[in-house]
Design a protein around this ligand. Structure first.
Ligand SMILES: [Zn+2]
Length: 507
């Protein structure tokens, strides 16, 4: 996720005025390096004890009642050494709107299972009874679900204007929870960040919506006749956008297909919007180009870009093969704003594309170690602006034409000396909301930049691309990364940087 820029600037100002007394502040004698070196066994390549290898979904969007409902068959493997008596599913949208899993059965025998929820509406348990799955065994379950889509300008919800509706469908499909050491992952939905940990799975989706709705999604649309059929392989989750007032522009470069949804929002003229979207497309394409060349190849061959409205402090959101980017004015009810520059959306676009590397390809537990995707992606975002050419040119041209700005004014750059070196590696919930962006995102990227400055650009990039390639499709941990860095460079300077930014308590 990317914070809205205006909010982030306020956070930075507030942060610089007050010194923080939280546990993530610097403390004397912090020695994360020693803690990592003394660890007997470093958790690496986390795997769930229970994997969903395939989701087969059949669902429809009712645009009168704003409901998505259907079935999902989930093929599951018990990777643990114990029999599996219960399954846990998550339906995050149940914490936002009236969503529920209404029914569960064995996909083969059609035997109905008891469903229950406990602490959170988004956590569902399926009691398998006599169908317990032995160690290494498999089971397929079919769930029925119903999701009420709220009118909400957010990552999940629909936007409506006189021209029609745009449905952002994310966080609203049932997903098998991660199982580690006998404990199901039951973190609540996080409205200002992400609390997810998911292995890679394949999705095969049949989606029905009225004919006038254009669709983009994770994966690829393989058929679009009476219903849309989508294949999304090797993804950590599935997201889809359906819009009744959009065109889709498709282009190809370097073997990758780019689709940008072009909703013709009533707040601005078609020409302004089309040119705005073209800048985002250029940014997305150049981001993929630069990141692929520098850190390792993009893992998919398609990328979809969806310009959306958000009411809150969010600037954009990442999903596998699909990114949402907020339009420059956050509230769609405002009058025409054709003097708005494209700066914030350009920064957000390259940030969300960066997450395709760190979050999608290299996964992590976003609740306990958010720096591993947000810090890394913020580094990529800033790195992008040290190399970008086409984006700067397109942004300059757009801003000169439509705004009072001389060009693309706000890109995104390294501070080189972080606002504060307070620790970046605490769980998301341990940070005060106003510190989260500054420390996890900004200091997270400054940590990597400090390593780059010390190790030298060439050696650092080589190390980071090795890290990316070695951990694509895996789930990494912070201790694993620190060990990896030390293997490449254990000089005094590098040790000092690690101990400056990484808390030994949270490693
Ligand atoms: Zn992010």
């Amino acid at each position: 996720m990317k914070k809205a820029l205006s909010v982030l600037l306020v956070i930075l100002i507030v942060f610089s005025l007050c010194s923080c007394g939280k546990s993530y502040s610097h403390k004397m004698g912090n020695d994360a390096v020693a803690v990592v070196q003394e660890m007997k066994k470093i958790k690496s390549d986390l795997k769930s004890d229970c994997s969903a290898t395939k989701y087969t979904m059949d669902m429809m969007l009712d645009v009168i009642d704003d409901v998505v409902e259907g079935t999902v068959k989930v093929d599951i493997v018990n990777n643990s050494e114990k029999p599996l008596k219960v399954l846990c599913f998550r339906l995050y949208s149940a914490e936002i709107s009236g969503s529920e899993i209404t029914y569960a059965e064995n996909a083969k025998t059609k035997k109905e299972y008891t469903l229950s929820t406990k602490n959170l509406p988004s956590v569902y348990y399926i009691i398998l009874g006599d169908d317990e799955v032995e160690a290494g065994g498999k089971i397929s379950v079919t769930l029925e679900f119903k999701t009420i889509v709220p009118r909400n300008n957010d990552r999940f919800g629909y936007y409506e204007c006189d021209k029609g509706k745009l449905y952002n469908l994310s966080f609203c499909f049932p997903q098998l929870a991660f199982l580690e050491d006998g404990v199901w992952f039951e973190e609540p939905y996080n409205g200002y960040g992400e609390n997810l940990i998911n292995e890679m799975s394949d999705y095969y989706v049949k989606f029905k919506a009225p004919k006038n709705y254009k669709i983009v999604s994770s994966g690829k649309i393989i058929s679009d006749r009476s219903q849309t059929i989508i294949e999304a392989k090797n993804v950590r989750e599935f997201a889809l956008t359906a819009c009744s007032f959009a065109k889709i522009k498709t282009t190809e470069s370097g073997g990758i297909t780019y689709n940008i949804m072009m909703p013709m929002y009533e707040e601005a003229k078609e020409k302004y919007l089309t040119e705005y979207y073209n800048v985002l497309l250029t940014t997305a394409m150049e981001s993929v180009e630069i990141f692929s060349k520098t850190f390792g190849e993009y893992i998919y061959d398609e990328l979809d870009i969806v310009p959306v409205f958000y009411d809150g402090a969010i600037g954009g959101m990442e999903y596998p093969g699909l990114i949402q980017v907020s339009m420059p004015w956050s509230d769609g009810s405002q009058p025409a704003k054709e003097s708005m520059s494209c700066d914030s959306s350009v920064v957000t676009t390259c940030h969300e594309v960066g997450h395709q590397w760190f979050y999608c390809a290299v996964g992590n537990n976003e609740a306990t170690e958010p720096w591993l995707d947000e810090g890394f992606t913020s580094y990529l975002e800033k790195y992008f602006f040290t190399k970008a050419k086409k984006t700067i040119k397109a942004g300059d041209k757009f801003n000169k034409k439509y705004s009072d700005n001389e060009g693309l004014l706000y890109t995104s750059s390294f501070v080189e000396d972080a606002v504060s070196k307070d620790y970046i590696n605490f769980p998301a919930d341990d940070y005060e909301m106003e510190d989260y962006g500054t420390l996890v995102y900004e200091n997270g990227s400054e940590f990597l930049r400090a390593l780059e400055n010390t190790m030298g650009e060439k050696a650092f990039i080589k190390m980071l691309s090795k890290w990316y390639k070695a951990n694509t499709n895996q789930i990494v941990t912070g201790a694993e990364f620190i060990k990896f860095v030390l293997k490449h460079d254990s000089s005094e300077e590098v040790v000092e940087i690690i101990n400056d930014y990484i808390s030994d308590e949270a490693i």
